[in-house]
Design a protein around this ligand. Structure first.
Ligand SMILES: Nc1ncnc2c1ncn2[C@@H]1O[C@H](COP(=O)(O)OP(=O)(O)OP(=O)(O)O)[C@@H](O)[C@H]1O
Ligand SMILES: [Mg+2]
Length: 378
């Protein structure tokens, strides 16, 4: 059993959306999953369509009135069980517990479930209180969603400090992964934040990001995960990839399976590309896509991808606007792979964390062309 705690004191950065959709993707991959709602707001229970203010929650477990096993709601979605939360859970912050036991309650209660689940996903509240500390103390991996906004980085240093403190005090290694969320990569500001996050958190950043899309909001409203609500959407693909990345992170022996899946995805992408090209031949609408590169000034940069037969700068218009290098291409909506050739050397796009392994052992960057991109007459 592996435990993934999704935590960030910053409110509204996508913790709950990530918890629901990650749990659902792991469940769909035939893993036995428990989603544990640790937020008294109860949003991840709601997001799975569970509404019951009178439900028992972890407060009853911490006070000894119930066992954790008794409050589990079985098979709420495709192999995912849920431990719901209600407002009562807020009172757990003030329970009179022994000081040496306060942060280890959850660990103690989860221990008997070790053989029952492959993954436990914990949705933490937006505070660094007792509940979040309990989650950090029991987690095998902490996933920090970061919203791509001016305030997105607020509080992250404190998260890192707290985890370092726990590491020191309890000699526990807790790997951290940072997930960019609410990404709108069409805006210059967002690309700037992505670049900053890459520089600041380096290897901790997962090579997946979650784009801003109303489909996710709609799915939450309907109380169903995105892989059920709109399985072909970009968000469904991104959460699936996140699930694969974390599985690979947590189990070395899962690498082979993940590589198989990655290979299957590559094949699926190639097929999608062929279909997109066929649509193009039938005069489908092409969209104008502009890629901007802020940190490659003064270098010779070419763009090659499966949209131009991997021929550097074929069908690409290059301009420099206000010192920023721009590459413009016309594409039908779909998912593409590309690489840059910087001063003659092939590499992935450093400002795009979304990547996939290629058959040559390197990484290709992923480009999503959505129908809302500007349409250009062909
Ligand atoms: N990728 C996305 N695209 C569009 N909307 C999103 C996305 N991710 C989250 N949202 C929306 O943003 C809002 C906040 O998301 P969410 O509840 O997941 O954040 P949170 O970190 O759990 O918030 P809190 O700190 O209050 O628990 C919700 O309305 C959710 O539907
Ligand atoms: Mg939440």
């Amino acid at each position: 059993m592996k435990i993934i705690a999704i935590a960030n004191q910053k409110g509204g950065c996508g913790k709950t959306t990530t918890a629901i959709n990650l749990a659902a993707c792991l469940g769909k991959k035939q893993r036995r999953v428990l989603l544990l709602d640790l937020d008294p707001q109860g949003h991840s229970s709601l997001g799975f369509g569970v509404f019951n203010d009178d439900a028992r929650d972890l407060y009853d477990v911490f006070t000894g009135e119930s066992s954790l096993e008794n409050i589990i709601l079985p098979n709420v979605f495709n192999g995912v069980d849920v431990v719901p939360a209600t407002m009562t859970l807020a009172a757990a912050e003030h329970l009179p517990l022994r000081p040496d036991q306060r942060e280890r309650q959850l660990e103690k209660h989860l221990a008997p479930l070790r053989l029952r689940y492959d993954y436990i996903v914990i949705d933490c509240p937006p505070t660094m209180g007792l509940l979040t500390l309990n989650a950090l103390m029991t987690a095998d991996l902490v996933l920090i969603p970061i919203e791509m906004s001016l305030f997105g980085l607020h509080g992250i240093d404190q998260m890192y400090e707290t985890i370092a403190l726990l590491r020191e005090r309890y000699a526990r290694e807790i790997p951290i992964r940072v997930l960019p969320t609410l990404v709108d990569s069409r805006t210059r500001l967002c690309r700037h934040f992505l670049h900053q996050i890459g520089e600041r958190f380096a290897d901790d950043v997962v090579p997946v990001m979650v784009q801003f899309t109303v489909r996710l909001k709609e799915a939450v409203h309907k109380g169903i995960p995105i892989i059920e609500y709109d399985p072909g959407s970009v968000a469904a693909t991104q959460y699936n990839r996140l699930a694969e990345e974390l599985m690979a992170c947590l189990h070395n022996d899962a690498f082979a399976a993940v590589e198989d899946e990655e290979q299957a995805r590559l094949t699926a992408m190639t097929q999608a590309f062929d279909q997109a090209r066929a649509r193009l031949i039938e005069n489908g609408p092409r969209k104008k896509v502009i890629l901007r590169f802020y940190d490659l000034a003064g270098k010779q940069v070419q763009l090659a991808g499966n949209f131009n037969d991997w021929k550097p700068d074929k069908d690409v218009v290059t301009r420099v606007v206000d010192g920023v290098l721009e590459k413009t291409i016309l594409l039908v909506p779909g998912v593409y792979q590309y690489r840059l050739i910087v001063d003659g050397a092939w590499q992935e796009d450093p400002s795009n964390p979304e990547q996939v392994s290629n058959l040559a052992g390197g990484r290709n960057s992923i480009l999503h062309v959505e129908s809302q991109h500007e349409t250009v007459g062909v």
